[in-house]
Design a protein around this ligand. Structure first.
Ligand SMILES: [Zn+2]
Length: 439
């Protein structure tokens, strides 16, 4: 075990979603459809007692059907029966799939014959009826219909999240999908001393690029120098490994129909345009890119634009690649050469071992090439940053440190029983180096 840790930085988290996950029904330890339905029924009854007007939605998260006995989602009729009186939204742990009941479909105005949105799937049964399951961008249809938290709820979930980060030793947190209400709440919490009380000293905010102009203008009133700052714009270049929507140079072993190499969400031109938009606002840029094709597209876009030394050395001007779970050997050196930050979450390895071995067995050596990144000139804590992506997984820094050192699940790991074979063992680093990526 490590010695007491110095103050740490959580470089990739979702403060509102993490706070919500700590304050709403968590199904992370659920093991079957039957148990899921039972817990939804109980939550529905609890809400009926405290909210008889049925204005609140039933929200649940943390679902990992891969780990269930049934390895399948419940159906919409099952959720309708368990939660008949209010919209219900059950979120997959990775936030790239969700299950909604009929009232939630209605609130989101999704007709039974609605076409799939761009980059998303409304899953259907043999009779062509929606099963309730929505994938990728289709999730947004329902997610955006959930009522915004009230100001009191916003404050409660923000405090719940920050208290949890602080309990793990974090004094700095980066939020990688910032809604417009978060900056103002944090400014209030700075001014009334709540942030200091929680021992949170710096929060860097990254709204989506389409939201940037609006939030940039508003940040004049809520930005607090070196404490609460609009640091950059965020984009999604691909999906996730678990849903096989990460954008790969070579096909998955068991790909989704019509998507052998996953689902690119942006092309190089669009990525370059987004970088330019961030630059025009004098802020940095963060791209969600999990597959090796997505990572390459961001590097190509970065290379296509002229940059000054200041663009490369200051976080508030930097280009960051978030996740970079698979990187082609030819692209590793390009991070250092282009001054691109690798923002990594080694803890995800602990959860992804099965899907990696099943889908990418022929190129596991490309997974999280941390040692090669360091050899190529990236600096732990400066240009390699570690985070957790909470609430996707818990924000315990030990998980990432142990994953970076052992490259497999040990007896101290969350997410299942210990595994034997390390993933890309040549990329293992030592504990002090892994810790530095948090400092
Ligand atoms: Zn994230």
């Amino acid at each position: 075990m490590l010695a007491p840790t110095p103050p740490l930085r959580e470089a990739h988290a979702h403060i509102p979603a993490h706070g919500r996950s700590l304050t709403t029904l968590n199904l992370a330890d659920c093991t079957s459809i039957a148990e899921c339905i039972d817990r939804i029924r109980a939550e529905s009854a609890r809400l009926d007692a405290i909210d008889p007007s049925h204005t609140r939605w039933l929200l649940a998260g943390g679902i990992r059907v891969e780990a269930w006995i049934d390895r399948a989602w419940p159906t919409r009729p099952q959720i309708d029966a368990a939660c008949p009186s209010r919209p219900a939204m059950l979120m997959c742990f990775d936030y790239h799939a969700l299950l909604a009941n009929t009232l939630a479909f209605r609130a989101a105005k999704i007709a039974d014959n609605a076409p799939n949105p761009d980059g998303g799937v409304i899953v259907r049964d043999n009779h062509n009826n929606p099963t309730g399951l929505l994938l990728e961008s289709a999730c947004r249809l329902v997610r955006e219909s959930v009522p915004e938290p009230t100001p009191a709820e916003q404050r409660d979930i923000t405090i719940a999240a920050l208290r949890d980060f602080a309990s793990h030793g974090f004094i700095e947190v980066h939020d990688l999908l910032t809604p417009s209400w978060l900056g103002p709440i944090l400014a209030t919490m700075h001014d009334d001393g709540t942030l200091a009380q929680l021992n949170i000293r710096r929060i860097c905010l990254y709204p989506l690029v389409p939201d940037l102009a609006h939030q940039h203008a508003a940040s004049k009133s809520w930005s607090r120098s070196n404490v609460v700052e609009l640091t950059g714009g965020k984009v999604f270049v691909d999906g996730t490994l678990n849903s096989r929507t990460a954008w790969m140079l070579e096909p998955f072993a068991n790909p989704l129909p019509d998507h052998p190499c996953g689902t690119p969400l942006m092309n190089e031109r669009e990525i370059a345009d987004a970088i330019s938009t961030c630059r025009a606002h004098n802020v940095g840029f963060a791209a969600h890119a999990i597959g090796d094709a997505a990572v390459r597209a961001v590097l190509n876009a970065a290379q296509s634009l002229p940059r000054t030394p200041a663009d490369i050395t200051t976080l508030s001007r930097a280009i960051r690649i978030e996740h970079a779970e698979l990187v082609h050997p030819r692209d590793v050196q390009r991070f250092a050469d282009l001054g691109v930050i690798a923002s990594l979450q080694p803890c995800h390895l602990l959860y992804d071992i099965e899907v990696l071995e099943r889908e990418l067995a022929s190129r596991l050596e490309r997974v999280l090439p941390i040692r090669d990144f360091i050899k190529s000139g990236l600096i732990p804590g400066k240009t390699i940053l570690f985070g957790s992506d909470a609430p996707i997984v818990r924000p315990n820094p030990q998980d990432s440190i142990l994953a970076a050192v052992h490259r497999r699940r040990t007896t101290d790991s969350p997410a299942g029983s210990p595994t034997q074979n390390p993933i890309a063992p040549a990329q293992a680093i030592d504990e002090p180096t892994a810790l530095r990526c948090f400092i």
